[in-house]
Structures are given as structure tokens and as C-alpha cells.
Design a protein around this ligand. Structure first.
Ligand SMILES: [Zn+2]
Length: 243
């Protein structure tokens, strides 16, 4: 009986452990980052910023800013944008995506930037592309570095471990959002190598296990990704997809 109790306690402890491994959201300074699923995030502070809103909550909050990394349907979705867009929402994306949208839109290319000093938001675009696959040619997509009230968040888009990542190290990124699903982007091993170059304080994996949104072949093990960064001094935060 005693051994059975010990076994039960051990099993329960195991369950609790698994739950705490996946966080509902991540808080940094006065900003909350929630993963909606796939590459979609909501970053909430004094303003509300969405990245690649292809997945949304049932009653999504209205957006002040929508940043979309490239024109593919699982990132640039006019139908989802309409659900969170108001007359005041600023949308920044590549030309191929902007063409499909309306409202306060701005197209952006790698190295270009926008400074919204009244909202304490500075946005600069980096390269985001495939090295050895044809899905994402160089120049078609961007990664967004957002300085939001002094907190630096980088959304990498659909990318491989590209040489331009070396320029990101000096940015001292607080939170990096990085794809690990493979096939169209880096896999977990390649992403871990990229993260070691970029050296953010915290990294959150994305663009994996998206079958429930109709995107197959991007299965990945976030725990394996986390293990690969063990001892690097970089915190890996695995979020639970909210939608
Ligand atoms: Zn894509």
C-alpha cells in the first residue's frame, strides 16, 4: 500500500510537471505574449500587436498593429485580418500580402523600418528566406524586429538559418519567435543552431504541430528543441497554442 501511494504521488508529480512545461502566455516587462497557434501571436501592452494572424481566439481583441511576414495564406489571411482590423489599425507587410488587404497598409522590405514614436514602437525588417528549399525565396519575406517600449521582440517568419542572423546578435533581443517545424522552415535542430547565433534572452518556438489548422508536415518536438539549447543560457519558453 505504501509503495502504491509513493507510485501515485510520483505519477501525479509527473502530471503537474507536464502542465507547467507549457505556458499559456509569457510576460516580459509590461508586455504579454500569447501564441495563438502556427505563426500567429498577440503581443499586448499599451498597444495590441498581432503577428501573422492566421489563427485567432473566438472573440479576438482589436489590433493596433498587424505585422505579416509574407504573403502565404497561412500568414497573410485577409479573412482573419478583417476580424481584428479597425479604421486605425496599421498593417505592415510585404508587397505581395499588402496587395490582398485594405485599410492603413504599408509595405516593407528587408532593412526598411517604421518608427511610431507616439506609441513607443519601432519596427525594422530583416531577411527571412530558405537556404536550400524553394518555398521562400530571398527578398519575398521579412522577419520583424519590434522595439516595443524598450522590449525587443523578433518574429522570424518562415526562414532557414540565414547568414543575416549574425547581424541580430548585437540587437540583444529579449524574445525571439522562431519556426521549428521543418519542411518549409528550419527544423528543431537547425533552429537551435540559429538561436545560438542570435543569442536572445528568451526563445519561443512556433510554426509546428499545425495540423489542426490544416497545415501538415510541420510536426516537431518542442521539448527536443528545448533540450538542444540546454546550457546555452537562453531560456526556452514553450507556449500552449491558445486557439
Ligand atoms: Zn510561407
Amino acid at each position: 500500500m505504501k509503495y502504491l501511494m509513493i507510485l501515485l504521488i510520483a505519477l501525479l508529480a509527473g502530471c503537474v510537471q507536464t502542465q507547467t512545461n507549457e505556458w499559456a502566455q509569457y510576460k516580459v516587462n509590461d508586455i504579454t505574449i500569447k501564441w495563438l497557434g502556427h505563426s500567429a501571436f498577440i503581443v499586448d501592452g499599451e498597444k495590441t500587436i498581432y503577428f501573422d494572424p492566421f489563427v485567432l481566439d473566438a472573440n479576438p481583441k482589436q489590433a493596433d498593429y498587424i505585422l505579416i511576414t509574407h504573403e502565404h495564406f497561412d500568414h497573410c489571411s485577409p479573412e482573419h485580418v478583417k476580424r481584428i482590423q479597425t479604421d486605425r489599425t496599421r498593417i505592415i507587410s510585404t508587397f505581395g500580402c499588402i496587395e490582398k488587404l485594405s485599410g492603413k497598409t504599408n509595405s516593407i522590405k528587408p532593412t526598411e523600418s517604421f518608427n511610431y514614436t507616439f506609441d513607443s514602437i519601432y519596427i525594422v525588417a530583416y531577411e527571412s528566406y530558405n537556404n536550400d528549399k524553394s518555398y521562400h525565396p530571398r527578398g519575398d519575406g521579412v522577419g520583424f524586429l519590434v522595439d516595443f517600449n524598450g522590449t525587443k521582440i523578433y518574429h522570424a517568419g518562415d526562414t532557414d538559418n540565414v547568414e543575416e542572423f549574425a547581424n541580430l546578435t548585437q540587437e540583444k533581443i529579449d524574445v525571439l519567435l522562431v519556426p521549428i517545424g521543418g519542411k518549409y522552415t528550419m527544423n528543431a535542430t537547425e533552429a537551435a543552431a540559429a538561436v545560438k547565433i542570435i543569442k536572445p534572452r528568451v526563445v519561443i518556438p512556433m510554426h509546428f504541430n499545425s495540423a489542426k489548422y490544416g497545415i501538415t508536415d510541420v510536426e516537431a518536438d518542442a521539448e527536443q528543441f528545448k533540450a538542444l539549447l540546454g546550457g546555452s543560457g537562453i531560456d526556452v519558453v514553450i507556449l500552449k497554442a491558445a486557439a
